[in-house]
Design a protein around this ligand. Structure first.
Ligand SMILES: Cc1ncc(COP(=O)(O)O)c(C=O)c1O
Length: 388
C-alpha cells in the first residue's frame, strides 16, 4: 500500500538535504536550511542556555505546557496596549506544531475549511495545512520593480476570503521573500480581516530577528484597535538556536474570556489525544532565561549578534557578486532575515549541486544562516562558471 504513494510532492528542504547527505565531496555546502551556524563558535552562537545554572529538575503534568514557560511567553508578547486582552499561551512542538494545532482547532471546532498563505511561502506551510484537511488558497506577496511589496495585489487576492477562513501572515523576516509589512499595512490588513470575518494567524517563527523582540512585537499594535481575537505562533528554533528541541508557542489574544477558556479547553483535548503534552524541561529553561534580567539581556544581545552576522554575510556576498558583475542575480538586495533569493533557474540550481556540491532550494532560496563568510568566494565562483 505504501508503495503506491506519490513521492514527488514533499517538502523540498528535506529532498535537497537528503541529496546533500548523500554527497561525499568534502567541500560540499548545504545552503538550504535556515539553521544558523556561527563562524566563530561553529555552533548556534547562543550561550545563554549554558549560563543558566538553576535547578531544572521539577517538572509537572501540564498538557498546555510548562506553567512558567507559558507565563514567560505572555510577558514576551505583552505590550502596554494589550491590557484589554486575555492572553492565553499553549506550549507547542515548535512553530510547526503551533500552526498544526491552530489549524486543527479552527478546522474541527469552528468549521473553517480554508487557509490562505502567501505566494511564495515556506513550503512546509502547505504540507502542515494538508494534514488538517483544510483547502489551501494563496495570495500574492511579491515585489514591484522598486523592491516594494505589491500591496494592491495582496489586497485584491485576500478580498475574496470567506467568513471563517484562516489568513496566515508572517510576522517578520518573511520566508523566503525577506520583506515585511509596515505598521500601516498591518492596520489595513487587520481591517480586512475584521470586515471579512477571517481568523488571523501570525507566524512569528523569526520573532526578534528583524529588529529585536521589543520592536518586532509592535506589529500587534495596529491589530488591537481592529480585532477581537487573533493568534500568534512563535518558535525558539531560530531566535535561540533550539531547532532540535521542538519548542514554541501558540498564543491567543482575545477580548473575550469565554473565547479564551474554550480555546484552552479544546487545545487540551487535541493535545492530550495526540502527543499528550509537550516537553517540560527545556520549556522551564527558556522560562528562566526570559524571567531573569541578566539572562534575558544576554539573550537579546545574542539575537542582535545573530542579526548582525546575517547582515554581514549578506553584504559580503553582495559585494563579491557585484565585483563579478553578478549583482543582478539577487532578487532583492534589501531583503532581511535568514534568506536571500537568487534569480537562478531550476536547471542552474541543479548544476550548482551536481557540479559544485552547493545545495540551495530549487526556487533559488539561499540560507544566509548556513552560509559562512569563508565560503562566499566558493559560492560566487561556482555561480560565475554556471552563468558564463
Ligand atoms: C515561516 C516559518 N514558519 C514556521 C517555521 C517552523 O519553525 P519551527 O522550527 O519552530 O517548527 C519555519 C521554519 O523554517 C518558517 O520558516
Amino acid at each position: 500500500m505504501f508503495e503506491a504513494h506519490e513521492k514527488s510532492v514533499f517538502d523540498p528542504i528535506s529532498i535537497v538535504s537528503a541529496k546533500f547527505m548523500a554527497d561525499s565531496r568534502p567541500e560540499k555546502l548545504n545552503l538550504c536550511i535556515g539553521y544558523f551556524e556561527s563562524e566563530i563558535t561553529k555552533n548556534t552562537g547562543f550561550t545563554v542556555l549554558e549560563k543558566n545554572k538553576k535547578n531544572k529538575s521539577k517538572v509537572g503534568f501540564n498538557i498546555l505546557g510548562e506553567e512558567s514557560f507559558r507565563d514567560a511567553i505572555k510577558s514576551l508578547l505583552k505590550t502596554q496596549a494589550s491590557q484589554e486582552y486575555n492572553l492565553s499561551v499553549v506550549q507547542t512542538i515548535g512553530a510547526s506544531g503551533g500552526l498544526w494545532l491552530i489549524f486543527t482547532l479552527l478546522q474541527r471546532f469552528t468549521h473553517s475549511n480554508r487557509v490562505w498563505f502567501s505566494t511564495p511561502t515556506w513550503s512546509n506551510h502547505l504540507e502542515i495545512a494538508k494534514n488538517t484537511n483544510l483547502e489551501i488558497s494563496r495570495y500574492r506577496y511579491q515585489l514591484d520593480n522598486h523592491g516594494k511589496l505589491e500591496m494592491d495585489k495582496l489586497i485584491q487576492d485576500i478580498s475574496t476570503i470567506k467568513c471563517g477562513d484562516i489568513l496566515v501572515l508572517q510576522g517578520c523576516c518573511h520566508n523566503p521573500l525577506g520583506v515585511d509589512l509596515s505598521i500601516t499595512q498591518w492596520k489595513k490588513l487587520a481591517q480586512y480581516v475584521k470586515r471579512l470575518g477571517a481568523h488571523l494567524v501570525i507566524d512569528f517563527a523569526y520573532f526578534g530577528l528583524s529588529n529585536g523582540i521589543e520592536k518586532d512585537k509592535s506589529i500587534f499594535l495596529p491589530l488591537f484597535s481592529e480585532l477581537d481575537n487573533f493568534f500568534v505562533v512563535n518558535s525558539f528554533s531560530k531566535n535561540l538556536g533550539l531547532y532540535g528541541e521542538r519548542i514554541g508557542a501558540l498564543s491567543l489574544f482575545s477580548r473575550s474570556n469565554e473565547y479564551r477558556e474554550n480555546f484552552e479547553f479544546l487545545a487540551k483535548k487535541i493535545i492530550r489525544s495526540t502527543y499528550s503534552m509537550p516537553p517540560q524541561r527545556i520549556a522551564k529553561e527558556i522560562a528562566e532565561i526570559i524571567s531573569s534580567n541578566d539572562l534575558s539581556q544576554l539573550w537579546y544581545k545574542e539575537i542582535y549578534t545573530l542579526r548582525e552576522t546575517l547582515l554581514k554575510r549578506k553584504n559580503s556576498l553582495l559585494n563579491v557578486l557585484k565585483n563579478h558583475g553578478l549583482i543582478h542575480i539577487v532578487a532583492n538586495p534589501k531583503s532581511h532575515g535568514m534568506f536571500l533569493n537568487l534569480n537562478l533557474t531550476e536547471q542552474e540550481v541543479t548544476t550548482l549541486a551536481k557540479e559544485f556540491g552547493i545545495y540551495i532550494l530549487p526556487n533559488g532560496r539561499l540560507s544566509l544562516a548556513s552560509l559562512q563568510l569563508e565560503n562566499i568566494n566558493q559560492l560566487v565562483e561556482a555561480i560565475r562558471i554556471i552563468k558564463k
